[in-house]
Design a protein around this ligand. Structure first.
Ligand SMILES: C[S@@+](CC[C@H](N)C(=O)[O-])C[C@H]1O[C@@H](n2cnc3c(N)ncnc32)[C@H](O)[C@@H]1O
Length: 193
């Protein structure tokens, strides 16, 4: 047997929770690899909302979707994922974040712990029961460890009655390998004060 690699495992979890016709969110569109994967899962009747703060990423994602003939399955939004609830009010089946910077672009434009946590909070209330949020945590870059710690602190505090939180990680790899945090919503969360 072969243990699933981190990115492969992220896709396995998403494909188990997202069905055709549902809504999915790519919180960090980047070059659009995950947006395309989600667009393939939701099919013609579903919709993907993809967010990025860089025009370059929005353009790259739209180009990738166009090349694969699935542009109409997605809305690619030039805005931060901390504003998700301004754009999405439907029930969400699954979401993914790839934390860190866009490969090949400005390494100083990175996701930040506080806005990542705000986005997770909004997604948890939009998520269907049984829906999943995946965080692919890259933490080798400058600021990466601070974001990792802030996000881990938040997800560890989520009550297990409402959310199951998993960490999937190869623990003997060198050079700060990425790991996955997966959040499964098991019960509607009480409204926050
Ligand atoms: C690791 S890359 C994403 C890679 C992408 N999933 C792919 O398939 O190519 C992280 C992306 O997050 C974006 N980003 C940073 N802060 C953000 C925010 N607050 N909201 C949305 N995107 C953000 C960056 O511009 C960058 O493109």
């Amino acid at each position: 047997m072969k243990l699933q690699r981190v990115l492969q495992y992220a896709q396995t979890l998403l494909s188990q929770s997202i069905k055709e016709g549902e809504i999915a969110v790519d919180a960090t569109a980047g070059n659009g690899h995950d947006t395309l994967f989600l667009a393939q899962l939701v099919g013609n009747e579903g919709q993907v909302f993809a967010f990025d703060i860089q025009q370059q990423a929005v353009t790259a994602t739209m180009n990738r979707l166009t090349e694969h003939g699935v542009l109409q399955r997605a809305q690619v939004i030039l805005d931060g994922h901390q504003h998700i609830s301004n754009y999405v009010n439907q029930e969400v089946a699954g979401a993914i974040f790839n934390l860190g910077y866009l490969p090949g672009a400005d390494h100083e434009i990175v996701t930040q712990g506080n806005t990542t946590v705000q986005a997770i909070e909004q997604l948890l209330s939009l998520l269907k029961i049984g829906g999943i949020i995946i965080l692919v945590v890259y933490h080798g870059h400058e600021g990466g460890k601070e974001e990792r710690d802030e996000v881990l602190h938040y997800v560890r505090s989520l009550p297990q009655k409402y959310v199951h939180v998993l960490r999937y990680e190869f623990i003997n790899q060198k050079n700060d390998p990425p790991f996955i945090v997966a959040l499964e919503k098991v019960k509607e969360l009480p409204p926050s004060e």
